[in-house]
Design a protein around this ligand. Structure first.
Ligand code: BGC
Length: 457
């Protein structure tokens, strides 16, 4: 990690300033690099639109109409893809107004790595429990459901699609390459539930559609949560690989799957800490961009830095706690807490380190180093997110104005994340950044599945 000059200083105590200067060298992404990334990313988008199998997959969603806000009706939606799994009833009331009733379920860890059938049976039981609680008994006619499934899926119709690859810690057997709608419908049949999937939706597409229900300027949906990705409105003539009919609207929402950006590791400013995280992850070599900016990984990048500094006796006086030895023990939620700690002696950071990570007796110097590393990793994530948002707006030629709806725990709860994106957008787009509205699209993935089911009706 340390620069050659500093490495040469054997037996010298490395100062706080020197440590942090080295960290800044590694983690600060300046405006020139940001611009290079945007240019490269736009090139990758084009490749994905041109042919199958590109790194940024650019998957057609089969959603070709945007809502008017006048759609009405009540729709069942199921939302799988992040930390929680939700079953919702979405009431579209018209006049751009929506009501949502939902129940959250925690997915048992063993379900995430079991055979796919186990996971889909769990999903079907959750729907059954939701319907029981609400007193809804599906009658002769099957209940139609919007299924938000937030993993890369090659859709073959609005209600069919094969899972390409698992991400975000899921790794169920006998599922990749299979039609996930069919798997869920079969699980409903096994349960004797009269429910059927009407639309298969990525969470980014759902976020876009849900926000567009009350803001027609919405052209992009982004998730910055456990994982990351975006969807946007593309002209059909730009989707060279599209072999289907031209929809009347002349457009199609594309699920970019931008988490996979730069799997070649040719552009992103990866550090040894990112590479270690990738090598130790469940999907090495995959979803490299996601691993630099999303909630599942940010804490682990910090932990890797801490481990290195501890080993070099530059932090915690060389003390490595049992807790810190464990992979993923430093959660992204701890970063949010530390970034919110404005006390002079970083007293809440002290509590996090002591009570949650088993590191007692930290010095003020230790805590300042920890806080700065957290901040550097958090700022880098926001700035890299801005690159791909700017890339999409550039691709759409919408610098004159559009709304980007964003959902996900990192955007919603990580302090300053939105402002940091906005700052980077200003560096990238200058005055045009003011035309880009970043809006929180809360619960968009579930609501959007309802909106799409309504349009499919
Ligand atoms: C998945 C995407 C999803 C994103 C956000 C990624 O890991 O590949 O399909 O949209 O996470 O949930």
């Amino acid at each position: 990690m340390f620069k050659n000059t500093r490495q040469a200083k054997t037996n010298t105590i490395i100062s706080e300033d020197e440590i942090l200067a080295d960290m800044e060298d590694l983690f600060v992404v300046g405006p020139t690099k940001l611009k290079e990334i945007v240019k490269h990313f736009v090139g990758e988008l084009q490749k994905g639109l041109d042919h199958e199998g590109a790194t940024v997959a650019m998957l057609p969603s089969f959603v070709t109409n945007r809502p008017t806000g006048k759609e009405t009706g009540s729709y069942l939606a199921l939302d799988l893809g992040g930390t929680n799994f939700r079953v919702c009833e979405v009431y579209l009331e018209g006049q751009s107004s929506v009501r949502l009733r939902q129940k959250k379920f925690t997915i048992p860890e063993e379900c995430k790595n079991a055979d796919g059938v186990v996971l889909f049976d769990f999903l079907a039981s959750s729907v059954e429990s939701f319907l029981k609680d609400s007193g809804v008994v599906p009658s002769e006619k099957e209940l139609e459901l919007g299924f938000t499934f937030s993993f890369p899926v090659n859709q073959t119709a609005l209600n069919a699609g094969n899972l390409l690859v698992w991400t975000k810690g899921f790794n169920c057997g006998n599922t990749e390459g299979k039609d996930v709608v069919e798997m869920l419908n079969q699980a409903f049949v096994r349960k004797g539930l009269k429910v059927k999937v009407a639309a298969l939706v990525n969470d980014t597409v759902g976020t876009l559609m849900s926000h567009a229900y009350n803001d027609p300027q919405t052209l992009v949906g982004v998730i910055l949560g456990t994982g990351t990705n975006a969807a946007y409105v593309e002209k059909i003539e730009n989707i060279k690989k599209w072999k289907g009919a031209t929809p009347a609207s002349g457009e199609m929402i594309i699920n970019c799957e931008w988490g996979a950006y730069d799997e070649e590791k040719a552009m992103l400013p990866l550090t040894q800490y990112d590479n270690k995280l990738d090598a130790e992850s469940q999907n090495p070599g995959q979803h490299i961009y996601e691993k630099m900016i999303s909630g599942m990984y940010l804490g682990e990048i910090c932990r890797n830095v801490f481990l290195d500094l501890i080993e070099k006796k530059c932090l915690f006086n060389g003390y490595l706690s049992e807790e810190l030895k464990k992979q993923n023990s430093f959660e992204t939620a701890f970063m949010s807490r530390i970034e919110r700690d404005y006390s002079a002696d970083l007293s809440d950071t002290k509590i996090v380190l002591q009570d949650l990570l088993g590191v007692p007796n930290t010095t003020a110097r230790d805590r300042r180093i920890v806080r700065r590393i957290v901040e550097l990793v958090g700022i880098r994530a926001a700035r890299l997110s801005a690159c791909c948002i700017a890339g999409l707006v550039t691709q759409m030629k919408k610098l004159d104005g559009c709304t980007v709806a964003i959902d996900g725990s990192v955007f919603e709860h990580y302090p300053h994340f939105g402002n940091r994106i906005q700052d980077a957008l200003r560096e990238l787009l200058g005055i045009f950044a003011e035309n880009i509205t970043l809006a929180l699209g809360k619960d968009g993935s579930g609501i959007g599945a309802g909106v799409i089911a309504a349009l499919a009706n």
